[in-house]
Design a protein around this ligand. Structure first.
Ligand code: ADP
Ligand code: MG
Length: 239
């Protein structure tokens, strides 16, 4: 049962495929794939190493160009007939997407607060507004007391929460996370997933999480299973 039954999908892939390279060196990383993710959903993306999980995430994130198919984000067609429909993919990403990576990749020469605020600066917010939003998010994630700390001084869990704050800064409706809990213990992993669920509901966001982490499988509304570049199973795990 969809949480927001009147809303269309935030992510919609139709017949999307990705081949890296060509000729003898061609790697068919993702074969014709259909996928729809709706507001309020937290979807797990599972599958063995090399099955195409990161490729799928990077396609949705407009980081990798599809070889064919159609992609729409938040009701807007973004790739169709072999081309991107937006000239500025960076602006598209800032507007619609938030990324969380396995390792936090915070900028080492900026404090925790600045790492979050910089995203808002890029999106055109005033410095005061950017600082206030960074403060609010870090407080919400219970790392507000680390606002002025540099990444090297943060624990793994703190750094990952700062990275999540950064991903949420622009209130994206689509959040993509590649192994976000791999570096965390099970308690912290649970906190991160609870937080993503709250964001999905409160911001009517769609959240796609690549994970090997069996500890968090019960936190997904649904799991999409990939094997050799194909979706082999998409099942509901939570009633
Ligand atoms: P997963 O995240 O499930 O481990 P990937 O999407 O990273 O899978 O990779 C799927 C397949 O595509 C693998 O065979 C991988 O080697 C290949 N691949 C991924 N990225 C590239 C690339 N940039 N160039 C060539 N091959 C790639
Ligand atoms: Mg991967």
């Amino acid at each position: 049962m969809a949480l927001f039954p009147n809303d269309g999908p935030l992510v919609e892939l139709t017949g999307v495929a990705k081949t890296y390279g060509s000729g003898d060196a061609a790697v068919h990383a993702l074969k014709d794939t259909d996928l729809a993710v709706y507001p309020g959903e937290v979807v797990g993306l599972l599958g063995p190493s090399g099955s195409g999980k990161t490729t799928l995430l990077n396609l949705v994130g407009c980081i990798v160009e599809p070889t064919r198919g159609r992609m729409a984000l938040d009701g807007e067609a973004v790739f169709e007939d072999g081309r991107w429909l937006r000239p500025d993919l960076r602006a598209l990403r800032l507007e619609k997407l938030g990324f969380i990576f396995q390792f936090h990749n915070l900028l080492p020469f900026l404090t925790a607060g600045e790492n979050v605020a910089v995203v808002l600066d890029l999106a055109g917010a005033s410095r005061t507004a950017a600082q206030a939003r960074a403060r609010e998010l870090l407080d919400y994630l219970q790392v507000g007391h680390r606002f002025d700390a540099y990444p090297a001084k943060l624990s793994g869990g703190e750094a990952q929460r700062v990275a999540i704050a950064r991903a949420l800064a622009n209130r994206p409706r689509i959040i993509l996370a590649d192994e976000p809990t791999a570096a965390l213990d099970s308690e912290r992993a649970g906190i991160v997933l609870d937080l993503l669920r709250t964001v999905a509901v409160e911001q009517r966001a769609a959240i796609l999480v690549v994970s090997h982490d069996e500890k968090i499988f019960n936190r997904f509304d649904r799991m999409v299973m990939l094997r050799d570049g194909r979706v082999v199973e998409a099942e509901h795990t939570i009633a």
